[in-house]
Write a protein that binds this ligand. Structure first.
Ligand SMILES: *Cc1c(COP(=O)(O)O)cnc(C)c1O
Length: 403
């Protein structure tokens, strides 16, 4: 469904134009919410003629969506250079499962980046293992060890950059090239940058997965996921998704489409605010380290500058001192930051974390931080005034107490 794909236009323009076909929108700006199970045919001959055809963007039955979902999928395809199509899923985790099932079969091995989102790790250890698909975790910053891990059964690699919670940027083009040399497929969780910040397929990945619950929705009011790919893998994604019976509601698709239209400026604003706040936090005595690739001096900053065209409002800090309760005191004392999961909404959030139990090969705390320090806090910077957020963090850190 890549009709209307105009590579000559800038991402900001594609975010606005994507998926707005006149036959889907009619005389209004946005495609209406088409609530539908049954799609009616004009005649039995027409129904028969539609059987077995490649049906993207054509009426068939509700499980294959209707113009509201098609418009969202097409808009996501149009902002992902190299994509032939996009499948939608009821959550980001469902998209991860859908993409892995499209690629893997019993007997295959999956290599999983050690800083992947925790439910992705759980999926490898649980569901995939039960289906006879093995996995090993690898340190995406250690290319030499990674290169040696491939064997005949290694069929796919799962990447995430920056990594969940700890925010390491990895050399995606190099990791994907090594996978390709070993005839393995590269999948990436591209939720943090979105294609506006990192064009995953152009950088060597075969399938780019996103949780649309984050930046695309942008308003903390919907759950959805997507997977985009070139023609070969798109067809496999679609076939697998149809066999699993995956479909998203047209109401949520309309919300996601509405979010997508303003995603570019929301990302720009939250990136600026996050950078200002990260710089301020770096100067605070209570903060041992700021984990934010947008920040000059961060271990991932060089790769981020080389490969990315944007950032977002999500980064982490490591609290100084061995007091494990400190991060709880900090977030309990914040007034403008909610405590909760998810991120990428218009409102700021703070989440204490300690990844030491969910890493197999990577070190926590990160390089340059004392071993005793474990307490992390992940911040999702929203659209509030950054000076107000800094004032809130200042009083929160003061109330938390010095190390
Ligand atoms: C939240 C998240 C997901 C899962 O998305 P849901 O829509 O919550 O299922 C996947 N990957 C990353 C990096 C996430 O942060």
């Amino acid at each position: 469904m890549s009709d209307g794909h105009d590579k000559g236009q800038a991402p900001a323009t594609r975010l606005v134009k994507g998926g707005r076909r006149p036959e889907w929108t009619g005389a209004v700006v946005n495609p209406p919410v088409w609530r539908a199970s049954t799609h009616l045919y004009a005649s039995e001959a027409e129904r028969k003629a539609a059987l077995g055809k490649d049906r993207d963007g054509q009426f068939y039955y509700g499980r294959r969506g209707a113009p509201t979902q098609w418009a969202l999928a097409e808009a996501l395809t149009e902002i992902e250079p190299g994509a032939h199509g996009t499948m939608l899923y009821p959550s980001g985790v469902a998209a991860i499962a859908g993409a892995l099932f499209a690629v893997l079969r019993p007997g295959d091995e999956l290599l999983v980046s050690d800083n992947s989102y925790e439910p992705t790790r759980d999926m490898a250890r649980g569901l995939l293992a039960r289906m006879g698909i093995t996995h090993r975790f690898f340190d995406p910053l250690d290319l030499d060890t990674y290169r040696e891990m491939f064997h005949e059964q290694t069929k796919a690699v799962w990447l995430e950059s920056p990594g969940s919670l700890t925010m390491e940027v990895c050399d995606v083009p190099a990791l994907a090239a090594i996978a390709r040399d070993n005839v393995a497929v590269t999948l990436i969780d591209n939720t943090w940058p979105t294609p506006i910040g990192f064009t995953a397929l152009e950088h060597g990945c075969d399938i780019a997965v996103m949780s649309l619950s984050k930046h695309v929705g942008g308003h903390s009011d919907l759950m959805m996921g997507s997977a985009s790919a070139g023609e070969h893998w798109y067809r496999r994604l679609r076939q697998t998704s149809h066999q699993l019976g995956q479909v998203v509601s047209p109401d949520d698709a309309a919300l996601a489409l509405r979010g997508l239209r303003t995603m570019g400026i929301r990302l720009e604003r939250s990136t600026q605010s996050a950078l200002q706040i990260a710089k301020w936090l770096k100067s605070r005595p209570e903060v041992a380290q700021v984990l934010c690739p947008m920040l000059p001096g961060d271990s991932g900053h060089k790769l981020w500058r080389r490969d990315f065209t944007g950032g977002c409002g999500l980064f982490s800090i490591v609290i100084r001192g061995e007091d494990r309760a400190a991060s709880a005191r900090l977030v309990d004392n914040l007034e403008l930051f909610g405590i909760g999961y998810s991120w990428g909404g218009y409102e700021s959030l703070a989440l204490p974390f300690d990844p030491s139990g969910i890493r197999d090969t990577m070190r926590w705390p990160p390089q340059g931080v004392d071993d005793g320090l474990r307490s992390g806090v992940r911040l999702s910077i929203g659209l509030e005034d950054p000076d107000d957020l800094i004032a809130d963090l200042e009083q929160g850190l003061t109330a938390m107490g010095s190390p």
